[in-house]
Write a protein that binds this ligand. Sequence first.
Ligand SMILES: Nc1nc2c(ncn2[C@@H]2O[C@H](COP(=O)(O)OP(=O)(O)OP(=O)(O)O)[C@@H](O)[C@H]2O)c(=O)[nH]1
Ligand SMILES: [Mg+2]
Length: 460
Amino acid sequence: MYSPGTIAAISTPLGTSGIGIVRLSGSDSINIASKVFLSPKRKTLSSKSHVIQYGYIFNPETGKKIDEALISIMKSPRSYTREDIVEINCHGGIVPLREVLEVVLANGARLADPGEFTKRAFLNGRIDLAQAEAVIDIINSRTEVSLGAAMRQLEGALSTEINKITDKVFEVMVQLEAAIDFSEEDLNVLPRSELSLKLENAQRKISNLLADWENGRILREGIRTTIVGRPNVGKSSLLNALLRENRCIVTSIPGTTRDIIEETISIKGVPLVMHDTAGLRHPQNEVEQLGIELSKKSISEADLVLFVVDSSDPLHKEDKEVIKELKGKRVILVLNKSDLPSAVRETTFKNILCYERCVSTSTIKEEGINELEDVVVEVVFSGKAGHAGETLVTNRRHKSSLVKALEGITEALRALKNEESEEFVIVPLKDALESLGEIVGKVTSEDLIEGIFAQFCIGK
Ligand SMILES: Nc1nc2c(ncn2[C@@H]2O[C@H](COP(=O)(O)OP(=O)(O)OP(=O)(O)O)[C@@H](O)[C@H]2O)c(=O)[nH]1
Ligand SMILES: [Mg+2]
């Protein structure tokens, strides 16, 4: 059960930082803040909304000053939760923040559950469910592009689109219900062909949103990208070059990398989860053997493979062994060590490797790295119009609701075209409406809401 009351939490990330915020929300929050606030000039806290007041937080029981603070009051309904909110801006760092939190808890607030501030914003009608989930995405977003998608969702772009589809489906349902209740002479019911058109339109809109989903997944989770090749071709050097730091050990000894090294990087706002792997060859010992098995697993799970070869050295048998592992994968061929005289060219791979693009690089001279980045982004979004910037669907729950809605509408269309009676069209349409409603939170079970807000961290 949802229990109201006035809640409080530390709303900024824990750790050493210049400032930190303890936030209170609920009808008693101004009252509680007044009990623990001392202003040097006016002594007491004024309850004026949307002004900042300077003073001290103290413990009314012991009289001890805890921290210097700036307090802002945002009165209902002009606040994030639509309730009275007090934000206590004090020094960052775990000790002052904990003490400030403890003193407001001791004076009548209760500790907020994870996501409870956002949950209140939802329950009080300030944001819908899709927007609340966008808050999670913003908190967790890895790069600028994913942040952009989450912001658009927060602004309600997805909700607007869902509401348009819902209106269309609803219109059709009303027409069908009317056709059951009244005979055709009494009422101008639209012909079935026109109802079909409306449903087809809704169907298309949902399909477009679903096509968008794959882009969305990439933004949320990152493109799994694996760097592979035989030992010593410069895989670790390439990851370092892309990261612009010396993250991996690089040596001239073949077999340097043993474990998988994972790093998330952002290329033009697109997140990539990069794996540097052990070079593939006939293993010399057990450790290397294990590393090579991990490399193969990483290839099989990758969305994209950067296949690195040493262009200064004719192809080895080992390179050909690597190629066998790349079947069915999206591959970018990287001809590394371009600063040295070349012994292999792109044409060498014409009939032995299926790949998307080829780039020459020199990690030592830092050449071709920018071009490789461009090519990665092109390959990832190839053929997908609209690019990542347009993405609306970034959430697994939204995706499965859209799939269910699409099934309902498809079934309704079938029944409509087969001249079946109205009920056979209405029932799947109701299901579809329910699924659409789940996305924006119109018809949602308590469990679903609990589940969503549990993903937040405390203080949000
Ligand atoms: N000339 C030249 N040497 C390079 C280049 N990139 C890497 N190297 C050298 O090649 C050697 C191997 O580089 P690594 O990055 O460790 O190669 P790796 O593919 O990760 O090797 P393993 O981890 O053993 O599989 C090092 O001596 C690097 O300095 C390059 O672009 N040009
Ligand atoms: Mg290496």
